[in-house]
Design a protein around this ligand. Structure first.
Ligand code: FVH
Length: 286
């Protein structure tokens, strides 16, 4: 593994995230070449020691390792298709889905590049700290991106980083929606969001603690009701729907949660534990 701050790195794409990435490489001492469609965005990086490449081809030729971070995958392919990828190592940190990642890997490899796909699970201000988690998938990296944060290589399948990314986003927005639902209910009784947030945080931490045990049930395909059966849970879900409707707050989320449990019970799983719902999640909705 190339593990020193002397490794020259090129960053293509200097939006909010690309600027943070290039800034972190510079801070760690990497000779850093940058390129952006709107060259003016390179101003502060150049002032901090980055070299602004005149063309995207020049940027790719500047070093063995290129990090690209654009709006989306089509922009990456439009930009780099004719720019000369032969012999480069390309790390694409643009967000997308797993099919785009695998297709782009095949495309880049056909053009002679070594390709790793990545997902940034962080905001620009955290780049360069250990809180910034960056997932990589594709061939085992022979370079070190530690200047950016905590790097995790997930495996050879180029689609894995994007899959973890969307799985993580699902977790994030589901937790936030659940919190907002409860907040809407409690605000009808004059409880402010901050008061409920402290309580909600405790619940979220408690539920997170159930995950390893529940994951074991999913992996084993066996769902004994050790704590509570689904037919017991569904009665509490009915309260959630009825309470929301009575209070005049949005009941879509409670109804969705209950509808999935109702289907599992109708399929004969009422005596089993909550993770049996994996079967509802694994099939496409009607
Ligand atoms: N910002 C964030 O918090 C997140 C966190 C997690 C992951 N993302 C992903 O990172 C990608 C870039 O996001 P960004 O925040 O840097 O986005 P922008 O500030 O809008 O910058 C976009 C850059 O892409 C360039 N660009 C777009 N289309 C083209 C094209 N056809 N040819 C060349 N360059 C293109 C754009 O150039 P310019 O407008 O400055 O000339 C910017 O450099 C994204 O996938 C997030 O989901 C960020």
């Amino acid at each position: 593994m190339t593990d020193n701050a002397n490794t020259p790195i090129t960053v293509i794409g200097l939006g909010l995230m690309g600027q943070a990435l290039a800034g972190a490489f510079l801070k760690a001492g990497h000779p850093t070449t940058v390129w952006n469609r709107t060259a003016a965005k390179a101003g502060s990086l150049v002032a901090s020691g980055a070299r602004l490449a005149p063309t995207v081809g020049d940027a790719l030729a500047a070093g063995g390792l290129t990090v690209v971070c654009l709006t989306d995958y089509p922009a990456v392919r439009d930009l780099l298709g004719d720019a000369g990828l032969e012999g480069t190592t390309l790390v694409n940190l643009t967000s997308g889905d797993s099919a785009q990642a695998r297709e782009t890997a095949a495309w880049a490899e056909k053009l002679g590049a070594r390709y790793l796909d990545g997902a940034i699970m962080a905001i620009p201000s955290s780049i360069g700290t250990e809180e910034a988690v960056i997932l990589l998938s594709g061939p085992e990296p022979d370079f070190d991106l530690g200047a950016l944060g905590t790097i995790s290589h997930l495996g050879e399948d180029h689609g894995l980083a994007a899959l973890y990314d969307v799985a993580g986003l699902t977790m994030m927005w589901s937790v936030l929606n659940a919190w907002l639902q409860g907040t809407a209910m409690l605000r009808t009784a004059g409880v402010d969001a901050a008061t409920y947030a402290t309580f909600a945080q405790q619940i979220a931490v408690g539920v997170a603690g159930w995950l390893p045990g529940y994951a074991e049930q999913v992996d084993q395909g066996s769902f004994p009701a050790e704590v509570s059966a689904l037919e017991t849970d569904v009665r509490a879900m009915a309260h959630m729907v009825e309470e929301s409707e009575a209070l005049g707050v949005n009941a879509e989320l409670p109804k969705l949660i209950k509808a999935m449990a109702d289907r599992a019970i109708a399929a004969g799983h009422g005596g089993e534990q909550y993770p049996v719902l994996i079967r509802e999640f694994e099939r496409a909705g009607e």
